[in-house]
Design a protein around this ligand. Structure first.
Ligand code: HEC
Ligand SMILES: [Cu+2]
Length: 335
């Protein structure tokens, strides 16, 4: 369950921030009320009673003036010292904090655990342990904001910023980008999943993160840009088993379907396998460098030739699409 209304004690700092904000609110209400009441009372008490009444000249009353300077100052110092302590606490991650790397880009959050487990728009953290995020942006300024934890920090291109928190209760907490960063800024959301230490350890080894491996992300890009509409419908060569294999081209030459080949076909659609009409749109300028390399990883992962397969042998990737078959079903023109 993702709660919009943040529980009051979701992180160690949340309660302190809330108390300070409530204190400021109470002081503001008190001062405003005092002023309003005095305005009304003085209006009535000192109203002009006769048309020829003249006001008294102002008197200097040093003790009164000193009092009304010192008392509000002392009042103002309370939230200042209090806030500074919380600020310093928030600015200094404990030395033993768990370090997670976060990369922001239009429009997603990527998080990487110390063990290399990567995820998109989600950050899994253990409860009861300080977590330090080291963050940077691939494009514009974003801002990492978890209201439930009362933490927020800007994420800047070309610079690392940090933020830390310690979740106290297992649960799913909303993550927002709080810096307007372009068209889909409002969709740049995610979830911080706080788990007990045991659940977190189990999650780390569960392989759940494999769905966010480059190849699995590549599969998403493959769906997103409609590559499936041609490549899994018979309109275009089926890409299963392609990677690493020699390909006969319609101009009579041949090529090895390696990374360079796949990249240049996706970007420029410059080569046509034998037996196919030139029909593939060029995706140059439409794909980010990231999407492109994920696509290549995906095509590599469904290949069977030399150099194909997932980059790490351990990564058995549960793909949402049809399961790769060792025999290429389409692409009859391929050798
Ligand atoms: C409109 C249909 C269409 C779409 C959409 C499309 N392709 Fe293609 N693709 C083709 C066709 C047809 C070919 C054969 C060569 C050509 O047309 O230039 C091809 C060739 C390829 C090849 C070389 C295959 C081989 O056997 O050598 C790769 C790799 C490829 N496409 C990847 C992609 C990716 C990745 C996407 C999505 C970003 C994509 N294609 C989108 C139709 C499409
Ligand atoms: Cu953003």
């Amino acid at each position: 369950m993702t709660s919009l209304i943040a529980p009051p004690q979701a992180s160690t700092i949340a309660g302190q921030v809330d108390a300070l904000v409530l204190f400021l609110l109470a002081v503001s209400v008190l001062i405003s009320l005092t002023i309003f009441v005095l305005i009304v009372v003085f209006c009535v008490k000192y109203r002009r009673s006769a048309t020829n009444q003249v006001g008294q000249p102002a008197r200097r009353t040093a003790p009164l003036e000193i009092t009304w300077t010192l008392v509000p100052m002392a009042l103002a110092m309370i939230p200042f010292v209090w806030g500074a302590r919380i600020y310093l606490d928030e600015a200094q991650p404990p030395a033993d904090a768990l370090e997670i790397f976060v990369v922001a880009k239009q429009w997603m959050w990527k998080a990487e655990q110390p063990g290399g487990q990567a995820e998109i728009d989600a950050v899994h953290v253990p409860t009861g342990r300080a977590v330090k995020l080291t963050m940077t942006s691939q494009d514009v300024i974003h801002s990492f904001y978890v209201p439930a934890f009362r933490v927020k920090a800007d994420v800047l291109p070309g610079r690392y910023t940090t933020l830390w928190f310690q979740a106290t209760q297992p649960g799913e907490y909303r993550l927002f980008c709080s810096q307007y960063c372009g068209t889909d800024h409002a969709d740049m959301t995610g979830t911080v999943v706080a788990m007990t230490a045991g659940d977190y350890a189990a999650w780390l080894t569960s392989g759940n993160t494999a769905t966010n491996s480059p190849a699995a992300q590549g599969r998403k890009v493959f769906l997103q840009y409609g590559c499936v509409d041609c490549h899994e419908t018979g309109r275009a060569p089926n890409l299963q088993g392609l990677f690493g294999q020699p390909v006969l081209l319609s101009d009579g030459s041949s090529a090895i379907a390696d990374e360079a080949y796949v990249r240049s076909i996706i970007l420029n659609s410059d080569r046509v396998p034998l037996g196919y009409q030139h029909d593939m749109p060029a995706f140059s300028g439409m794909l980010s460098e990231d999407e492109l390399s994920n696509l290549v990883e995906y095509i590599r992962s469904i290949g069977t030739g030399p150099g194909a397969g997932p980059p790490q042998p351990a990564a058995v990737i549960p793909l949402p699409g049809p399961s790769p078959s060792p025999v290429p079903s389409g692409g009859s023109a391929r050798q």
